[in-house]
Design a protein around this ligand. Structure first.
Ligand SMILES: [Zn+2]
Length: 347
C-alpha cells in the first residue's frame, strides 16, 4: 500500500505557496469506496516539495476526474464489468462514436458517453455491450433495428464495418456456440470435465500448441494428445487443463465436440486423401502465444508433445487402448478423470 513514485516534475503556479515553481507529479496506490465497495486504484497527485505545511499536496480538477475514473474502473474490474476503455474498444472495433454506439443499441444519445466518463453500467447493459462485441451478427441485427437513428450515409458505412466483422469472426462465434451447446450437460464441475468448466480459448490454444510442435498432425492423433494433456494435468493438479469431456470410442478417448473444436481459429484443417480415405491434417494457423499458458500447463504440453512426437496415429491409439481409463470403461461411456490418474508410463 505504500507504493508512491515520481512520474514527472512540472513548472507551474503552486496553489500552496502561491508562486511558480517546480512541482512533483506523483502516483500512488490508494483506496476508495465505490458503491459501498472498497477498491484499490492508482491515484495521481501533485506535491509541493517546498512547503513545510501539513497540506503539501493537491489534485487539480482535471486530474480529479481521471482519478475517479480509475477508481470506478477498479470497481468494474472487481465486479467483472467492462471498464471505460473496454467500452471504448468495442466502439472502435466497429468504427463507432459514443453516440453511434448508443444509437445502435437504441439507448439515449449520451448513455455510452456517460458509461465512458462517469456512470457505472448495470449488468444488463454490460451484457448487451459484450454481446455486440462477441457476436457481430447481433451487432448487425441491432443496427438494422435502429436504422432510423442514423443518416443513410452513416448507416451504410457502419453496416459495412459490421458486415466485415461478421465475415471475419461470425463463423467462429457460431462454432463456439455449437461447442457450448454440446457441453450443456457438463456445466457443473465434476469428474467428467476434470472439475473445470470447458474453456474454449484454452482448447484452441492447446490445439494450436500441438499443431506447432508436432509435425504431421492428423485429427485422430490430436484427439489422443488432448486427452493425455488433460489426463496428466489432472494427475498432477487435480483438475483438467481444458475442461473437455472424453468418451470411450473405438479409437481411444474422444472429446465431445471433436468435430467442432478443430475449426477454432488457432489451426486450419486440410483435407487429404490417404489410401482412398479422407484424412484431416491439422496445421498451425497463427503463432501460439506461449504466455497464454501457465508454467504448469507448458510443462504438461511439452511432456505430451515430446513423448508422442513420432507416434503414428495407429501407435498412439494402441498405446491409449492399454490405459486403465480405456480398459475400465465401456464403449460410448464418458471417461471419468479419476481413471486418468493411473497412466501407463507417463506422469
Ligand atoms: Zn509550492
Amino acid at each position: 500500500m505504500n507504493k508512491d513514485y515520481l512520474i514527472s516534475t512540472i513548472e507551474m503556479d503552486c496553489p500552496i505557496c502561491n508562486k511558480v515553481h517546480s512541482l512533483e507529479q506523483r502516483k500512488r496506490l490508494t483506496q476508495s469506496i465505490v458503491k459501498d465497495e472498497i477498491v484499490d486504484y492508482e491515484e495521481v497527485y501533485y506535491l509541493c516539495p517546498l512547503s513545510d505545511q501539513e497540506e503539501n499536496e493537491f489534485v487539480p480538477a482535471g486530474l480529479l476526474d481521471e482519478n475517479l475514473l480509475k477508481a470506478r474502473d477498479a470497481y468494474r474490474q472487481k465486479k467483472g464489468l467492462l471498464t471505460s476503455s473496454e467500452i471504448a474498444n468495442i466502439r472502435s472495433y466497429y468504427g463507432l462514436t459514443q453516440s453511434d454506439f448508443s444509437a445502435l443499441l437504441g439507448w439515449g444519445d449520451v448513455t455510452v458517453t456517460r458509461y465512458e466518463s462517469k456512470t457505472i453500467q448495470d449488468e444488463t447493459y454490460d451484457n448487451i455491450m459484450r454481446m455486440v462485441y462477441e457476436n457481430p451478427l447481433f451487432a448487425l441485427e441491432c443496427i438494422d433495428k435502429h436504422k432510423d437513428r442514423f443518416t443513410s450515409d452513416k448507416y451504410t458505412k457502419i453496416r459495412k464495418n459490421i458486415a466485415n466483422k461478421v465475415e471475419e469472426v461470425g463463423n467462429l462465434y457460431l462454432k463456439k456456440q455449437e461447442i457450448n451447446s454440446l457441453y450443456v450437460n457438463f456445466e457443473e464441475e465434476s469428474e467428467f470435465n476434470g472439475y473445470k468448466k470447458l474453456d474454449i480459448e484454452k482448447v484452441a490454444n492447446v490445439i494450436g500448441y500441438f499443431s506447432q510442435f508436432v509435425d504431421n498432425l492428423y485429427k485422430v492423433k490430436l484427439m489422443k494428445l488432448l486427452w493425455y494433456a488433460d489426463a496428466i494435468f489432472y494427475g498432477r493438479h487435480g483438475r483438467s487443463m481444458t475442461g473437455l469431456v472424453y468418451k470411450h470410442m473405438p479409437l481411444g478417448a474422444l472429446p465431445i465436440a471433436y468435430d467442432e473444436i478443430i475449426y477454432l481459429s488457432t489451426v486450419k484443417v486440410i483435407e487429404e486423401m490417404v489410401y482412398d480415405d479422407i484424412s484431416y491434417r491439422i496445421c498451425p494457423n497463427k503463432e501460439v502465444n506461449i504466455s497464454d499458458f501457465s508454467l504448469e500447463e507448458l510443462s504438461v504440453l511439452e511432456t505430451v508433445a515430446t513423448t508422442f512426437k513420432n507416434y503414428k496415429a495407429k501407435e498412439i491409439v494402441e498405446y491409449m487402448h492399454r490405459e486403465k481409463a480405456y480398459t475400465d470403461t465401456l464403449p460410448n461411456q464418458v471417461i471419468p478423470y479419476s481413471l486418468a490418474k493411473q497412466l501407463n508410463e507417463l506422469k
